[in-house]
Design a protein around this ligand. Structure first.
Ligand SMILES: *[C@@H]1O[C@H](CO)[C@@H](O)[C@H](O)[C@H]1NC(C)=O
Ligand SMILES: *[C@@H]1O[C@H](CO)[C@@H](O)[C@H](O)[C@H]1NC(C)=O
Ligand SMILES: *[C@@H]1O[C@H](CO)[C@@H](O)[C@H](O)[C@H]1NC(C)=O
Ligand SMILES: *[C@@H]1O[C@H](CO)[C@@H](O)[C@H](O)[C@H]1NC(C)=O
Ligand SMILES: *[C@@H]1O[C@H](CO)[C@@H](O)[C@H](O)[C@H]1NC(C)=O
Ligand SMILES: *[C@@H]1O[C@H](CO)[C@@H](O)[C@H](O)[C@H]1NC(C)=O
Ligand SMILES: *[C@@H]1O[C@H](CO)[C@@H](O)[C@H](O)[C@H]1NC(C)=O
Length: 498
C-alpha cells in the first residue's frame, strides 16, 4: 500500500485530467522554480540535514539545497526506523553531487531516495546494494549518460556466487544525457514498474535499448516524452506485457506509431501531445481497444480528424483533444461504430480552431463533461441542435461556456444563449411564417444549405426539360408509326370511335 507520503513524491504522473491548464501551470511552475532556485542560491543551508520523524514508521532526511558534493553518512536516528513497515525518504535535491558512491544501509520496507538536480556523471558499481528495500530512485536532471547506466550499478547483495535483485519500482532518469540503454540495465530490477526517460537525446530506439526495455516485463508506466524519437520499431514494446500508460509527447512522430498495438491488450493511458501530426485517421489507434484515456494536444500541425479515427477505442472514457491550434475539421464519422456501445464520459475539444461540429458526431447527451471553449464556433442551427436539443449545453463545466464567433450578430454570445427559433424547428415542420417573423437572415444559412437549394431548383428544371424531351420524342415516334401503319390506325380508330 502506497502512503500519501510516497504519492507526493511520485511527481510526474503521465496523464493528467487537467491537461487544458497545462501550459499555464508549466509557466507557473517554471516561475516558482526560478524564484525558489535564485532564493536557494543566496540562502543555501549548511550543516547537517534535517531529520523529521513522525513515528517509528516514518522518517524524512532532508538534505536538499546544501551545496553537498559528497554523500554523507546517515544520522543515527535512521537506524531507529522499523524494519517491519517503516517508510524512509532521503532527498539530496539540488546539490553538487557528481559521483553516486555506495550508500550506507537504510532500514524500512519502503525507501525512496532522490538525487534530483545534481551534477551526477558517475554511479559506482553496487551503489544501492545496501538498501534492499529501495523502491524509488530519482536521478532526474543530472548529467548521466547511457554508458554510466550499467547493470552493475543496480546489483543487490552477493551470495552463493550470484548477485541478488533490488526492489526498485520507480526509476526516474528524465532530463539527462542518455542516447542508449545498456542491454542488461534492468537485469537486477525485476519489479520495475515506472520508468521515466523523458527529456533525453535518445533519437533512435536502437536494438540494445529495445532489449533493455523488453526485459522490464513488469513495466506499467513508460515516459518517452521529449526524446527526439520519430519511430517505434515494431517489436520495441513486445516484452512489456503489463504496460498501462505511455507518454510519447514532444517527439517527431508524423503518425501514431502502429507498434503501440502490440501493447493494446493492456494499454489504458496514451499521451500524444506536441508531435508533427497532420491528421488522425482510421489507422491512428488500431488495436487500442482497452484505452481509457487519450490525450492528443498541442499538435500544431494537426488539421483533420478523419472518419473512423476513434473507432478502435472501444473502452475510451476520457478524450482530450485540446490546444491543436490548426485543427479545423472533425469528421462526423470520427466515432463510427462506437455509438451503440458508447463509453465516453468526458470529451474536451477546447482551444482548437473548430467552427462547426456535426449533430451526429456523438450521442452528446450521454457525456458527463464536454469542453468546447476557445474555438471559432459558427452558431448555426446544427450547433443549436447539439447544445439545446441534444443537451450538450448542460455538460459544460462552470465558467467554461463557449462563445459564438460567427455570425456577426451572435459573435460573443454564449452558445447556450443563442435562440433556436430561426432554425428549421427540430420537431415541427419549418414554415415560411417562422422565417419572416423570427428574423431569419441569409447569414444563418450555411453554404451547404444554399447548395442544396440550388441543386433542388436545378433538378426541377432538368426534370422538366427531360419530360418535354420525352413528350416530343414520343410524339415523333407516334407520328412515324402512324405513317408506317396507316391501315391499322384507321382500323383502331374505327373500332373505338365508330
Ligand atoms: C509521513 O509523514 C508525512 C509528513 O512528514 C505525512 O504526510 C505522511 O502521511 C506520513 N506517512 C506515514 C506512512 O505515516
Ligand atoms: C526539504 O526542506 C526544504 C527547505 O529546506 C523544503 O522546502 C522541502 O519541502 C523539504 N523537502 C521534503 C521532502 O520534506
Ligand atoms: C532510538 O530509539 C531508542 C529507543 O526506542 C532511543 O532510546 C534512542 O534515543 C533513539 N535514538 C535516536 C537517535 O533517536
Ligand atoms: C567516484 O567515487 C569512487 C569512490 O570514492 C571512486 O573510486 C571513483 O573514482 C569516483 N569516480 C569519479 C568519476 O569521480
Ligand atoms: C518484487 O515484488 C514481489 C511482490 O511484491 C516481492 O515478493 C519481491 O520480493 C520483490 N522483489 C524484490 C527483488 O524485492
Ligand atoms: C484558424 O482557421 C482559420 C481558417 O478557418 C485561419 O484563417 C486561422 O489562421 C486559423 N487560426 C490559427 C490560430 O491557426
Ligand atoms: C446570455 O443571456 C442573458 C439573458 O438573456 C444575458 O443577460 C447575457 O448577457 C447573455 N450572455 C452572453 C455572453 O451571451
Amino acid at each position: 500500500m502506497m502512503s500519501n507520503w510516497f504519492n507526493f513524491f511520485i511527481i510526474s504522473s503521465v496523464h493528467s485530467s487537467t491537461f487544458c491548464l497545462v501550459t499555464l501551470l508549466q509557466v507557473l511552475v517554471l516561475l516558482c522554480v526560478l524564484i525558489s532556485t535564485s532564493h536557494a542560491q543566496s540562502h543555501a543551508k549548511t550543516g547537517p540535514c534535517d531529520v523529521t520523524i513522525d513515528d517509528v514508521n516514518n522518517l524524512t532526511l532532508n538534505c536538499s539545497r546544501r551545496d553537498i558534493d559528497k554523500i554523507p553518512n546517515w544520522p543515527e536516528q535512521v537506524n531507529n526506523i522499523s524494519n517491519k513497515d517503516g517508510h524512509v525518504l532521503i532527498t539530496f535535491f539540488s546539490n553538487d553531487i557528481r559521483n553516486v558512491t555506495q550508500l550506507q544501509s537504510v532500514p524500512g520496507t519502503r525507501v525512496a531516495i532522490s538525487f534530483k538536480s545534481n551534477r551526477i556523471v558517475e554511479i559506482e558499481d553496487d551503489a544501492f546494494r545496501n538498501i534492499e528495500r529501495l523502491v524509488y530512485l530519482d536521478l532526474s536532471n543530472n548529467l548521466i549518460s547511457g554508458e554510466v547506466l550499467r547493470s552493475e550499478i543496480f546489483q543487490g547483495t552477493y551470495s552463493d556466487g550470484v548477485y541478488k535483485s533490488i526492489a526498485l519500482e520507480t526509476l526516474n532518469l528524465g532530463h539527462n544525457e542518455i542516447h542508449s540503454l545498456d542491454r542488461y540495465l534492468f537485469q537486477y530490477t525485476p519489479n520495475l514498474t515506472r520508468l521515466y526517460l523523458n527529456n533525453n537525446p535518445i533519437e533512435i530506439l536502437d536494438h540494445v535499448t529495445i532489449f533493455a526495455l523488453s526485459s522490464a516485463t513488469n513495466l506499467e508506466v513508460l515516459d518517452l516524452s521529449n526524446t527526439e524519437i520519430d519511430n517505434v520499431p515494431t517489436d520495441a514494446f513486445k516484452g512489456l506485457v503489463n504496460l498501462r500508460q505511455i507518454d510519447l509527447s514532444g517527439n517527431q512522430f508524423v503518425t501514431v506509431p502502429e507498434s503501440l498495438s502490440i501493447v493494446g491488450k493492456t494499454l489504458q493511458y496514451l499521451t500524444f501531445n506536441d508531435n508533427p501530426l497532420v491528421e488522425l485517421n482510421d489507422d491512428s489507434f488500431v488495436g487500442l481497444a482497452n484505452l481509457l484515456e487519450l490525450e492528443v494536444g498541442e499538435n500544431n500541425y494537426l488539421e483533420e480528424v478523419k472518419r473512423s479515427t476513434f473507432s478502435p477505442l472501444k473502452s475510451l472514457r476520457v478524450l482530450h483533444l485540446c490546444h491543436n491550434r490548426n485543427l479545423r475539421y472533425i469528421s462526423h464519422n470520427a466515432f463510427r461504430g462506437l455509438k451503440d456501445k458508447w463509453t465516453l464520459k468526458e470529451v474536451y475539444l477546447d482551444e482548437n480552431n473548430l467552427s462547426e461540429l456535426s449533430t451526429d458526431l456523438m450521442p452528446w447527451n450521454k457525456l458527463d463533461v464536454l469542453g468546447m471553449t476557445g474555438n471559432n464556433w459558427l452558431c448555426n442551427c446544427d450547433l443549436a441542435n447539439i447544445v439545446t436539443k441534444q443537451e450538450a449545453g448542460t455538460k459544460f463545466k462552470v465558467g467554461e461556456i463557449p462563445y459564438c464567433a460567427a455570425p456577426m450578430r451572435l459573435s460573443g454570445a454564449y452558445v447556450t444563449n443563442i435562440t433556436v427559433s430561426y432554425c428549421p424547428s427540430f420537431d415541427s415542420p419549418f414554415t415560411q411564417q417562422n422565417l419572416r417573423s423570427k428574423g431569419f437572415s441569409f447569414s444563418d444559412l450555411r453554404p451547404k444549405h444554399i447548395l442544396w437549394s440550388i441543386l433542388g431548383v436545378a433538378s426541377v428544371v432538368v426534370i422538366g426539360m427531360l419530360c418535354g424531351l420525352l413528350v416530343n420524342t414520343t410524339k415523333a415516334i407516334y407520328r412515324k408509326k402512324v405513317r408506317s401503319e396507316p391501315i391499322r390506325y384507321i382500323h383502331i380508330s374505327n373500332s373505338s370511335f365508330a
